[in-house]
Design a protein around this ligand. Structure first.
Ligand SMILES: O=C(O)C(=O)C[C@]1(C(=O)O)C=C[C@@H](O)C=C1
Length: 364
């Protein structure tokens, strides 16, 4: 086929694609109207949930399965991410809050999950994102929860203690590589800014290459880049994306200790999604330590109901000294029969129990 013919055929396909995309968009508006009607029939006058992670997972799995190439599964999903983003923005004015400034890994995770058609709002602290989601100042908030190299993001766990009403709606995984950004050469750098998590993920490289530079914690990796752009003899450990955003050079690429370094994020909102058959649930509770074996008793309930635990973390409860808040993640949805029986039973071992949410299990 010659060039002109091929371009002519592409133009014909484009015409059909635009028609099909608009046909899908009209159907998405029908979905929105049906959700509103259903809420009205239930006597609720709130706004329906426009982001439905379980349905998105089904759509992505379906289109991946339908794809015969030559497009890769990743390319088809990236195109569908934007179709879904436009679909959400048609149904409602959705705002997504994240730990800013622009360029943070939270920002990248938010874009990965919600695409380009939504409005994004940066917040200075994780606490502010969670509070904004709890107060419905934003439709959804995106917060980091754990990193595969450095572990739990304790600020997020602590914030759940203060905002127990917020609900986890989805999880997002983002591969993370840290870089050293600066306006200076390595030998001139006296001070390095970053988030404690990023310092933790790159500690080995820093100990080897910048052992004498002061390491200063700031609220995010993009904030670090902003500071490195304005102060002399400083650098930031940050995402390479921030180099062009903040006018810095990449002094060293990929300084992360583990090569498959990944951060997991939660999408927070007002409610969890319905069960999909492949979900996880995060619980937060305290136990009475004066009762011997109280924590063991609580955890045994899951074993008895054949529920797999995927993670456990503890944080000071801040209610009294040496008293802990436990965060346990299990496989299953709050509404699954075995999980709901276990939740009834576990109450006798827990002083207080909060279900922070159930969400479809995502692969990386
Ligand atoms: O099925 C829905 O609930 C929709 O709102 C439609 C749709 C889609 O475009 O396929 C859009 C957004 C949701 O997150 C999931 C799916």
């Amino acid at each position: 086929m010659d060039l002109e013919t091929a371009r002519g055929k592409i133009s014909d396909v484009d015409r059909k694609l635009v028609d099909l995309l608009n046909e899908r968009a009209r159907l998405s508006l029908n979905v929105g109207a049906a959700k509103r009607q259903w809420l009205k029939e239930q006597g609720t006058d709130g706004e329906p949930e426009v982001y439905v992670p379980g349905q998105e997972k089904r759509v992505f799995e379906k289109v991946r399965g339908l794809n015969q190439g030559p497009l890769s599964g990743e390319s088809v999903c990236a195109i569908y991410r934007e179709i879904m983003s436009a679909s959400i923005s048609l149904q409602s004015e959705v705002t997504v809050g994240y730990l800013g400034p622009p360029g943070t890994f939270s920002h990248q995770a938010a874009l990965k999950r919600f695409g380009d058609s939504l409005a994004y709002v940066p917040y200075a602290k994780i606490e502010d994102v969670v509070a904004a989601a709890a107060k419905e100042e934003i439709t959804y908030g995106l917060v980091p929860i754990e990193n595969s190299t450095f572990g739990a993001v304790v600020q997020t766990l602590d914030t759940f203690v203060d905002q127990p009403s917020v609900k986890i709606r989805a999880e997002v995984y983002l591969p993370v590589t840290q870089a050293l950004l600066s306006r200076y050469q390595l030998s001139a750098i006296r001070k390095v800014y970053s988030h404690p998590q990023a310092f933790g993920q790159s500690r080995r490289w820093l100990d080897q290459h910048l052992p004498n530079a002061a390491r200063i914690d700031v609220s995010s990796t993009a904030k670090a880049a902003e500071l490195a752009a304005s102060e002399n003899y400083t650098a930031a450990i940050s995402s390479e994306v921030c180099a062009s955003m903040y006018n810095l050079d990449v002094v060293a690429k990929d300084i992360t200790t583990a090569k498959d370094n990944t951060t997991r994020f939660f999408v927070l909102g007002q409610s969890s999604d319905n069960p999909t058959g492949d979900d996880k649930t995060l619980l937060m509770f305290t136990v009475d330590h004066r009762e011997p074996g109280a924590l063991c008793g609580a955890l045994n309930v899951f074993a008895k109901h054949k529920i797999n635990q995927t993670a456990i973390n503890s944080r000071p409860s801040r209610q009294r000294q040496w008293h802990y808040m436990f965060f346990v993640e299990i496989i299953g949805h709050e509404q699954d029969a075995n999980v709901s029986s276990a939740l009834c039973e576990i109450k006798s071992y827990c002083l207080d129990l909060v279900v922070l949410g159930s969400y479809p299990r995502q692969s990386y």
